[in-house]
Design a protein around this ligand. Structure first.
Ligand code: FES
Ligand SMILES: [Fe+2]
Length: 416
């Protein structure tokens, strides 16, 4: 249980808030590159700010405040120019820094434009995603996580908007025991209701859990009943990368899986499942898998009920039913919640570091450390014993429109 004030500190992400200031020290994914291929602009709401991402006539991406400072029209309907974007209403033009560069109907000798500017943030592309940096200069390096930079990968990216604060999703990632219940026993109960009394690998009991702070976040480890301490799950585990990314292990094939929980505002989160698969040298990849595939992940059915027959849908049900901002003044944490307590403590520490003028955890400024960041990650994960197809279809990947091609490809190269 924490105080109301502490809960606000952990969950408010807008400009000028302690958490908002911390989050603005990191590069934040805002879109996939494929989204700007057939259109010039995309409205983006991130950390409580309404912005427009656009491609100018020279092909360069820009990110500035959506509202035109003249009389408030949306620049998401703007006209792309050589070095910026022009408001559709009266033609004021803005460059990538958000500076007004032209006011076509003001007198030729007017200097009014020099006094007008909006927020403008740098953007960079990596691994098919577009990232923004919304903090003070100098910007740190955009972390080149292995999933983003691995070569010749098939990339499939699921996305959805969830009506909840990002912190309760992150706390779930420091709560290993939930897998045993939510994805194990609860899933088995649902199966039984459908006349399918099959045990699922997730339901194995947790003997112990451990959490280690490392240079990019926290590594979470678990030992399940029947496992030896040599198992990857206990020896290596997988990390939460500060401030909003979870990396999960796989069944041994060249798979990289990230879950990114990007705060849209205090009560909404853009959830991104970023999967990269490496089929291996000499394997012919079908055309459908050559380009990054971005798809929507549904979590409610036609009657408005949660879809709980897949792993990520079960997680989403719990996050959303906790309320838009979980009331942490009315919780009762037990011994298995030590990871959650550690996560909150670490966030509070990073807030204080930023307030003291220091870089927070995971900041990279040395290019020699940023060629490819290989994360500690279990490769033989307990529930992957069930095979590639079975696992793939039980996660949100089943909504990927090219999932069958993916399964066929890995079948053809003998990955199980
Ligand atoms: S509202 Fe944008 S130029 Fe007038
Ligand atoms: Fe989960």
């Amino acid at each position: 249980m924490i105080s109301e004030e502490q809960n606000r500190t952990l969950t408010q992400v807008g400009p000028g808030t302690p958490m908002g200031n911390l989050l603005r020290r990191y590069w934040i994914p805002i879109a996939a590159e494929v989204e700007l291929e057939r259109r010039w602009t995309k409205k983006v709401r991130v950390l409580g700010e309404d912005l427009v991402l656009y491609r100018d006539r020279s092909g360069k991406l820009g990110l500035i405040a959506e509202r035109c400072p003249h009389r408030g029209a949306s620049l998401a309907y703007g006209i792309p120019e050589e070095g910026g974007i022009r408001c559709p209403y009266h033609g004021w033009c803005f460059n990538h820094r958000g500076e007004c560069t032209e006011q076509p109907n003001e007198p030729a000798d007017s200097h009014f434009a020099t006094k007008i500017h909006v927020s403008g943030y740098p953007v960079q592309c990596l691994g098919g995603l577009i990232f923004a940096y919304m903090g003070p200069d100098p910007a740190p390096l955009l972390p080149r996580l292995d999933a983003f930079v691995v070569k010749d990968a098939i990339r499939v990216v699921g996305q959805t908007v969830l009506p909840v604060n990002f912190m309760q999703i992150m706390e779930n990632s420091l709560d290993p025991v939930h897998t045993e219940w939510l994805h194990g026993h609860y899933h088995e109960f649902l199966n039984q209701e459908m006349g399918n009394p099959v045990r699922v690998a997730f339901s194995r009991h947790h003997v112990k859990t451990a959490f280690d702070v490392f240079e990019y976040g926290i590594v979470k480890r678990r030992l399940l009943e029947g496992q030896s301490e040599d198992s990857d799950d206990w020896r290596i585990g997988h990390p939460v990368i500060f401030p909003f990314t979870l990396a999960v292990g796989s069944g041994g094939l060249g798979t990289y899986a990230l879950q990114m929980r990007i705060p849209i505002d205090d009560t909404h989160t853009w959830h991104v499942w970023y999967n990269a698969y490496v089929p291996g040298e000499g394997v012919e990849v079908p055309p459908s898998l050559k380009k990054l595939c971005l798809y929507e992940v549904p979590w409610k059915d036609e009657s408005g009920e949660f879809i709980t027959d897949y792993i990520d849908g079960q997680d989403i049900m719990t996050w959303v039913t906790q309320g838009s901002i979980a009331d942490r003044t009315d919780e009762h944490l037990g011994t298995t919640d030590k990871g959650i307590i550690l996560l909150r403590k670490l966030f509070m520490e990073q807030i204080r570091r930023v307030e003291a003028g220091e870089d927070p955890l995971g900041t990279i400024r040395d290019p020699s450390k940023n060629d490819c960041i290989v994360l500690p990650l279990e490769r033989k994960k307990h529930h992957f014993s069930e095979g590639f197809e079975s696992v793939t279809m039980r996660f949100q990947t089943r909504f990927c429109p090219v999932v069958r091609d993916l399964i066929e490809l890995f079948d053809s190269v003998g990955v199980r």
